[in-house]
Design a protein around this ligand. Structure first.
Ligand SMILES: Cc1cc2nc3c(=O)[nH]c(=O)nc-3n(C[C@H](O)[C@H](O)[C@H](O)COP(=O)(O)OP(=O)(O)OC[C@H]3O[C@@H](n4cnc5c(N)ncnc54)[C@H](O)[C@@H]3O)c2cc1C
Length: 432
């Protein structure tokens, strides 16, 4: 009896989950291949939403997708586990033991064998070894980190609420965000919005004008990788909200209560978030003799196969792919991960049939940045700039398109309807 070709996808994020879902329907359902998705968590939340989770304007428990339930509907297997190593000779990946919250072992270390391996484990923030960053900053790499930030942000308000009524100075909250890329800009705008929402729900001891948000960027403008007109539009909207934008400012060290800049400036900060730069997870560096770059990304060819092993593919933030017509690798964005997942559905089908693989092509459809409160800025194909409510609608559509890729039209409409209903039925801010 012929055993089915086994495709193992590690990482069920913006790219990996869409790929597993589509391959499940195309190959798994027809018994043309066995598809297994491995993820370190039980549930998926779309990473570009994490700044909203951190600000409390999105409840991560309401927007998560359970991998087991999803896999059954979409004809693939799900394995919970964190990949730690690859054995290319034996074509197997190693998973760390599963531990519960108390550190007790739920399942021992184990391995999964593959015929074709696809790695899509995303990226983490890159603090470039900045003194004090690991110990004093929060990061927004995972839902757990975003939830932790939300709790600390809320705690600041609870603390102020418990102060005696005759306190002489009004309580202040200083937030510093290091890195004004998409994550930093979106987080700054969302926290500003949340500061007004707290007041609406009676937690008005820290008045919105006493929440001082500072966005620090080493480059000469915010959103340095986007066109200048988009940066200018974003910066002017941030400033209009009262957000303090510092460009050309290099952070030297992070301390418990302040940020130290290279020019000697000290910026007071109760909450500090690092959002400057990304790297692939450290354990990928040189893994199983595969080629990696200085930020740990697996180097892949124009077919998204790793340069030293054609049975191992990598895509999304953890891969570096430079195409012939491009000076730089394709950018680490949700858009890239989605496009690459769509490409891999065709490429992996050809691969298991022993056919030649088509070449991957990247299409830049532009970028949209959320500035909260119904506004966004961005650029579209042909360098058309958009802002305001139209840009916001397009931004919202990006997430709905992700849901559409996972659930199809009917369920996406149901989820959209549910979100609209719960917007009216529940507080607009998570207060617990
Ligand atoms: C706050 C924020 C806002 C953003 N906004 C935008 C935006 O507006 N537009 C845009 O295009 N991009 C945005 N991005 C970037 C975008 O989220 C990423 O480019 C995209 O998620 C990358 O997709 P991916 O599939 O490569 O990785 P991810 O979506 O990060 O998924 C990686 C998956 O791998 C799993 N995993 C990790 N390590 C292991 C392991 N060892 N074993 C098993 N599983 C593992 C994780 O649990 C996760 O499910 C934003 C990012 C952040 C943090």
């Amino acid at each position: 009896m012929n055993t089915l070709h086994h495709i193992v996808i590690v990482g069920g994020g913006a790219g990996g989950l869409g790929l597993a879902t589509q391959l499940g329907h195309k190959l798994g359902k027809r018994k043309q291949a066995k598809i297994t998705l491995v993820d370190a968590h039980l549930t998926h939340i779309w990473k570009p939403l994490l700044h909203e989770v951190a600000a409390g304007t999105l409840n991560s428990f309401e927007d998560e997708l359970n991998y087991f339930a999803h896999s059954v509907k979409h004809h693939f297997d799900f394995q919970l586990g964190r990949m730690t190593a690859i054995n290319r000779e034996q074509k197997r990946i190693m998973l760390a033991p599963l531990l519960d919250d108390m550190g007790q072992e739920v399942a021992p270390a184990r391995h999964i064998t593959y015929d074709t391996l696809v790695i899509a484990i995303g990226s983490t923030a890159n603090d470039f070894g900045t003194t004090g960053a690991r110990d004093n900053c929060m990061f927004l790499d995972s839902r757990a980190q975003a939830d932790r930030f939300q709790q600390q942000f809320l705690n600041m308000y609870l603390q102020a609420h418990a102060l005696p009524a005759n306190t002489s100075l009004p309580p202040e909250l200083n937030v510093a965000i290091i890195g004004a890329g998409a994550t930093g800009v979106e987080l700054a705008a969302e926290l500003h919005h949340a500061s007004h929402e707290f007041a609406r729900y009676g937690l008005d001891d820290i008045q919105p004008q006493h929440v001082k948000i500072t966005l620090i960027e080493a480059a000469d403008r915010v959103l340095p990788v986007l066109p200048e007109a988009v940066s200018a539009a974003a910066e002017s909207q941030l400033k209009r909200k009262g957000i303090h934008v510092l460009t050309r400012t290099k952070v030297q060290a992070i301390h418990a209560h302040h940020i130290e800049c290279a020019d000697g400036t000290r910026i007071p900060a109760d909450l500090k978030v690092w959002s400057a730069g990304i790297k692939a997870p450290d354990f990928l560096q040189g893994i199983a003799g595969l080629e990696t770059n200085r930020i740990n990304q697996l180097v892949v060819t124009k077919t998204l196969q790793t340069t030293r092993d054609s049975h191992i593919f990598a895509f999304g933030d953890c891969a570096s792919c430079t195409l012939a017509n491009m000076e730089r690798p394709v950018p680490p964005r949700a858009q890239t991960a989605h496009q690459q997942a769509n490409y891999l559905v065709k490429a992996l089908t050809a691969h298991i049939q022993g056919k030649a693989l088509p070449d991957y092509q990247y299409n830049d459809f532009g970028s949209l940045i959320s500035l909260s409160e119904g506004s966004s800025v961005g650029n579209l194909v042909g360098n058309i700039h958009v802002k305001g409510r139209i840009a916001r609608l397009m931004y919202v559509m990006l997430y709905r398109m992700h849901q559409y890729a996972l659930h199809g039209l009917f369920r996406t409409l149901l989820l959209w309807g549910k979100d609209q209903l719960s917007k009216n039925a529940s507080p607009t801010l998570k207060l617990h």
